[in-house]
Design a protein around this ligand. Structure first.
Ligand SMILES: O=c1cc[nH]c(=O)[nH]1
Length: 234
């Protein structure tokens, strides 16, 4: 039994078996982040029937404590905010920091003209969530499956090759989805998902990786994630 939601069992088993044998060997014996037991965490917390979007980042955070098996959900972060604005931990995680700023602007809590810590400190946060786990829950309430093009990180140079190795897995995943999902592709590695023929069945939302500062005010990100109200208590 794989440690994923019962609705995902068959799909993930088939997808895993579609991986090259040498690569399965690497997953079973190699050295990488996150811990082996966390690789498929995104399939544990969001049942297949609830998926409306699949978000593809690049690959997991290169830090053991940060990589949780849910893309961008940084395990080293507990609180999102502090008295000074964003918490120290969020400020350290560039992509997450930019993502939170984008969501604050999208929801009208922050003006596009002032994205400073001081401006964030002044926001009335009584209607906002405050933990990274609440953020994961809000993504999942909107049906967003938080994946990366590669579900593991070995070293920077190997990211491309890992994303390629995971492609047969992603192909089965897309093939087995019977509902209309939309694909959210962050950055160049995620855009490679378009090489999978099955991806043409789905609507794509392509944008720069949130690592880039321009992501914050990208109207595509604002429109797509704004409607999800990801930072608001639900
Ligand atoms: O999960 C993550 C974290 C950082 N960057 C990504 O592309 N994915």
């Amino acid at each position: 039994m794989l440690n994923v939601h019962p609705e995902w069992q068959e799909t993930i088993k088939t997808a895993y078996n579609a991986l090259d044998e040498d690569y399965r060997n690497f997953i079973e014996n190699g050295d990488f982040i996150p811990a082996r037991s966390k690789i498929f965490n995104a399939f544990k917390t969001l049942p297949k029937s609830k998926v409306k979007y699949i978000l593809f980042g690049q690959d997991p955070y290169p830090r053991e404590k940060s990589a949780t098996g849910h893309a961008f959900i940084d395990g080293a972060v507990k609180k999102i905010f502090s008295d000074k604005g964003l918490s120290k931990e969020v400020n350290r995680a560039t992509s997450l920091r930019n993502f939170v700023k984008m969501a604050l602007v999208a929801d009208g809590f922050l003006s596009p003209d002032d994205l400073s810590q001081e401006a964030i400190a002044k926001i009335d946060k009584s209607s906002l969530i405050d933990t990274i786990d609440e953020l994961r829950c809000n993504f999942e309430k909107s049906g967003v499956l938080l994946l990366n093009a590669a579900l593991l990180f070995e070293n920077k140079k190997a990211s491309n090759s890992h994303a390629k190795s995971w492609r047969p897995f992603m192909r089965v995943l897309l093939e087995k989805l019977d509902q209309d999902v939309e694909l959210i592709l962050f950055g160049n590695l995620a855009k490679m998902i378009k090489k999978i023929p099955e991806s043409s069945r789905f609507l794509h939302h392509e944008m720069e990786h949130p690592y880039n500062h321009t992501f914050i005010l990208n109207p595509k990100a604002q429109d797509l994630f704004g409607q999800m109200k990801l930072l608001q208590k639900k």
